[in-house]
Design a protein around this ligand. Structure first.
Ligand code: SIN
Ligand code: FE
Length: 291
């Protein structure tokens, strides 16, 4: 499978050819990274002061919730907070417009989640193995279960010094899931409700969510897998944009600084090929419904 599907797009709000739309959705669902090397997010001169890791307190990223308009993970206030808010809101809207134009097929079915701004250098960052995104993994959220919905992410490299964001992209989801399946345990009935009651999670953690968290952890913990499994280095240049279903595309971010990201959630039944979803693949492996 080709790991990158590339298109020349210049406008976040552009109307796209139906042939491009259908090729893009096929590539995305087949597990490719949709790469848009010519799609640049414009940062305003007044926003350049935000480009320092000093805006983060102890958090890894700054976040913006488009439904409440709230910023998180940042220590800035006053006019700097207003500028950060404006930049992230503008990016969040641009990312949503892009997805609407590129994946018209999903129109009305996507939920826009949080956006993040990532001003810290990834290489050499001290962190726990679980949070270490330089190890290959698939995305899964401990506190906000998706209940089987797909995680679609839009990334744009806003590095002002022209530095790339260096990723590794790993093996297909079915290969990775088969490798780790014997280590993945379906949780006891009721345990997902308990986590919600205890407010560990914002909603019930389904068996699917539990298995995906285990898969994320088992992948990151396995040094032989990290070293030896099939993988390709991909550098995303400054001023480029890319999208992927990061719950199935194995990825690791090795180096780079200054990135914007928007998360969207997609129900499995909105996919052209629901059988390619991690939910359906894990259900097949485990032989039971998981969400
Ligand atoms: C990740 O989702 O693992 C990190 C991606 C990035 O920050 O480039
Ligand atoms: Fe990730």
């Amino acid at each position: 499978m080709d790991q990158l599907w590339t298109a020349e797009i210049y406008d976040w709000n552009g109307v796209l050819d139906p042939a491009i739309q259908s090729a893009a959705v096929d590539a995305l669902e087949a597990g490719a990274v949709v790469f848009l090397p010519t799609l640049r997010f414009h940062v305003l001169p007044v926003e350049t002061g935000l480009f320092t890791p000093a805006i983060l307190g102890t958090a890894k990223n700054a976040s913006f919730d488009p439904s409440s308009g709230k910023l998180g993970g940042t220590t800035v206030n006053g006019s700097d907070a207003a500028r950060l808010h404006e930049m992230m809101e503008r990016f969040s809207a641009a990312a949503a417009a892009l997805v609407d134009g590129l994946f018209a097929r999903y129109r009305g079915r996507l939920t826009r989640g949080r956006a993040s701004f990532r001003p810290a250098e990834i290489a050499g960052r001290k962190t726990t193995w679980r949070k270490d995104d330089t190890r290959l993994h698939v995305d899964s959220f401990p506190a906000t279960p998706t209940g089987g919905r797909r995680i679609l992410r839009v990334f744009t490299n806003v590095n002002p010094d022209g530095r790339a964001r260096a990723w590794r992209v790993g093996d297909t989801f079915d290969k990775v899931a088969s490798r780790f399946a014997p280590q993945l345990r379906v949780p006891l009935p009721g345990s997902g409700h308990l986590l919600a009651l205890l407010r560990v999670t914002k909603s019930t953690r389904t068996a699917y969510d539990a298995l995906m968290l285990q898969l994320h952890d088992r992948m990151k913990q396995d040094d032989a897998f990290q070293r030896e499994s099939p993988q390709t280095a991909v550098d995303f240049p400054a001023s480029s944009t890319w999208l992927a279903l990061t719950d199935s595309v194995s990825h690791a971010a090795m180096s780079g600084q200054y990135q914007l990201e928007q998360t969207l959630l997609l129900p499995v039944d909105a996919m052209v090929h629901p059988e390619r979803s991690p939910l359906r693949i894990l259900e097949k492996i485990k032989g039971r419904p998981l969400a």
